[in-house]
Ligand binder design. Structure first.
Ligand SMILES: [Fe+2]
Ligand SMILES: [Fe+2]
Length: 168
């Protein structure tokens, strides 16, 4: 087991994982709604072209990012081994997620449905707005609390790990 034995850390990680599940559920629901609205509206509508494709790309990148993050977290929790630079890679992922959100904001006009939008379309934008707020908050939690805390713990482990075997 790792030195990461503070209950606060375990609770924080559990909270992170529950967010991950909720994010995937929301994105899957948004993707299904978007596909339905897009199909119904057709090419003559003001429904943003490419929104369904964009949500699909966001879902794929979110899954990939969560998998990297969870693999890194579970390896650290189980073995106490972690690489400080791994959080740098997760930072790059977060920049990508941020770009996704900015594109989504532009594509949907800040999630404001036009007057002709039907209930599904309005529901889709409400869901996207909710997801946007929750993902930004989630990344803030990881960037400002989780990653710095884990970097700190990894730094604390380095002197022990760097001891060369005695002898020679
Ligand atoms: Fe996360
Ligand atoms: Fe993350």
């Amino acid at each position: 087991m790792t030195s990461m034995n503070a209950r606060g850390d375990a609770a924080l990680i559990e909270e992170i994982l529950s967010y991950h599940r909720a994010h995937i559920a929301d994105l899957e629901a948004a993707l299904a709604l978007s596909a339905r609205v897009e199909e119904r509206q057709g090419a003559v509508s003001s429904f943003p072209p490419g929104l369904t494709r964009r949500l699909s790309a966001l879902l794929a990148d979110t899954r990939a990012h969560q998998a990297r993050e969870e693999a890194w977290l579970s390896s650290f929790v189980e073995t106490g081994v972690g690489a400080a630079h791994a959080t740098d890679l997760l930072d790059v992922d977060h920049d990508l997620m941020q770009e996704h959100l900015e594109r989504l904001v532009r594509l949907t006009g800040d999630y404001l449905p036009p007057s002709e939008a039907d209930a599904d379309w309005r529901g889709l934008y409400a869901l996207c707005r909710k997801y946007d707020g929750e993902l930004r908050e989630h990344m803030r939690l990881e960037d400002r609390v989780l990653f710095p805390r884990l970097r700190e713990e990894i730094r604390g482990l380095v002197p022990e790990q760097s001891h060369a075997p005695s002898g020679g």
